[in-house]
Design a protein around this ligand. Sequence first.
Ligand SMILES: C[S@@+](CC[C@H](N)C(=O)[O-])C[C@H]1O[C@@H](n2cnc3c(N)ncnc32)[C@H](O)[C@@H]1O
Length: 133
Amino acid sequence: MIGARRVLEIGTLGGYSTSWLALGVGESGKVITCEFEPLHARVARGNLERARLGDRVEIKLGASQATLDSLITKRTEAFDLIFIDADKRNNVIYLQRALELSHPGTVLVSDNVVRGGAILDDSGQLGSQEADV
Ligand SMILES: C[S@@+](CC[C@H](N)C(=O)[O-])C[C@H]1O[C@@H](n2cnc3c(N)ncnc32)[C@H](O)[C@@H]1O
């Protein structure tokens, strides 16, 4: 889409989407991915190493909000693409932080805007299928 070379991912799990992002940035690119659960981060690290993509991925362990605040404080170079896919309740916070870590033209992708056949609206109400997620 834009030839992204620097990617930020919020929500790693087993590193599946991370692997695709890492393939997309190429050998000289970089993916920073945020994960709260140590087990998930370990599984993701193993999967990335097996896929020979480990050298271009940095897993930041901890709560994403703190990680993003730290990246902002350190004036980290802006990202070309930011993928938001962690705890949905904090999506607004992640979007605000993502804007601070962007440059004009950065692509922001958020999962899930659409769920259970409904499109997220500004009422702030979660669909019934989402209530306990
Ligand atoms: C939907 S999964 C990510 C899936 C992954 N992006 C993919 O498509 O393969 C969400 C992940 O976010 C992590 N997570 C939840 N809350 C978090 C938080 N506050 N900070 C960082 N990671 C969090 C969960 O542990 C889980 O691994």
